[in-house]
Design a protein around this ligand. Structure first.
Ligand code: NCD
Length: 303
């Protein structure tokens, strides 16, 4: 029995190692020109209550490549959300027109709420500062492709680890592998204890020295300070420039390091990093399309 079949993916905690490898193998098959097994006439609904470029467009591209129809919205302008419709009513309605829903919403727990009331599988594409499991899956796929392995490596997560939902999901997937994790952030933006506790397998160090972490790591995963989660703009302005990676710093500490970022970047990675061979963030964005194709086939397929 395929563990993905008809699954609502709300949290990375639902995903085990076999499920990750099944997705990665399916993604590779699609990348290499393999066909899909979805019956015709299926539709996906993209319900994006928050801004998105990569997640929205890569899900859409994945649907196109699988022959799935696409409906939904990116931004609530023009929808009945503007008239005060509840999340539940919007989800129940969209589920009548679609075989699967992908939801991004500013509220933590919103994806679970949607899954609880939808008659079709729901994929969490980001619930506030909560989780973003599909990003974490494509991050795992990227590490596997860039390094050829997921064990016996040191990975640094850097930036806004308090509000960065991609890191909250990623750390749960990391807990299936034997790797060392370094968390680098300003004290105000440390990863919440309850999220960190999930990573129980391997060593974890919390530090604030990026140079030291770079020298010790095979992968640096940078994140944006999440402006939209701050109540105080002055606090955001104070913290936004905490860490910045440029080509000089990489060459000085670890020229071979693989550089990842879920994107968008807003100053954490200088443009001059783009030309380094280890700059993987745009490859990571491409991987998202293949991985999401795999996810859609595994959830909706009949094979
Ligand atoms: C991330 C997100 O939305 O959480 N973006 C993405 O999906 N690639 C990261 C971010 O916005 O900082």
């Amino acid at each position: 029995m395929n563990a993905w079949r008809s699954l609502s993916l709300v949290s990375a905690g639902q995903v085990d190692k076999n499920m990750m490898y099944e997705l990665m193998e399916t993604a590779d098959r699609f990348r290499n020109g393999g066909g899909h097994s979805l019956p015709p006439g299926r539709r996906a609904g993209l319900l994006f209550f928050e801004p998105s470029t990569r997640t929205y467009q890569s899900f859409w591209a994945a649907c196109d490549k699988l022959g799935l129809g696409v409906g939904g919205f990116s931004g609530t302008e023009g929808t009945s959300v503007m008239k005060g419709e509840t999340l539940q009513d919007t989800v129940i309605t969209m589920a009548q027109y679609c075989d699967l829903l992908v939801i991004r919403h500013p509220k933590i727990g919103s994806a679970q709420e949607a899954a609880d009331c939808a008659s079709v599988p729901v994929i969490n594409a980001g619930d506030g500062a909560g989780e973003h499991p599909t990003q974490a899956l494509l991050d795992i796929y990227t590490i596997q492709r860039e390094l050829g392995k997921l064990d016996e490596i040191t990975i640094t997560l850097c930036g806004d680890l308090k509000n960065g939902r991609t890191t909250h999901s990623l750390i749960q997937l990391f807990s299936h592998f034997n790797l060392n994790l370094m968390l680098v952030s300003p004290p105000e933006l440390r990863m919440p204890e309850e999220v960190k506790r999930i990573f129980r397998r391997s060593t974890i160090s919390v530090i604030d020295d990026l140079e030291y972490a770079l020298a010790c790591s095979e992968v640096i995963y940078m994140t944006r300070v999440q402006r939209e989660r701050f109540e105080d703009e002055a606090e955001y302005n104070r913290l936004k420039g905490s860490y910045r990676l440029d080509s000089a710093l990489i060459k000085k500490t670890n020229p071979d390091i693989t550089v990842m970022h879920p994107l968008p970047r807003v100053g954490e990675i200088a443009d001059d990093v783009d030309d380094l061979p280890g700059a993987a963030y745009f490859r990571q964005a491409e991987n998202g399309m293949w991985l999401r194709m795999a996810l859609l086939e595994c959830i909706l397929g009949t094979a």
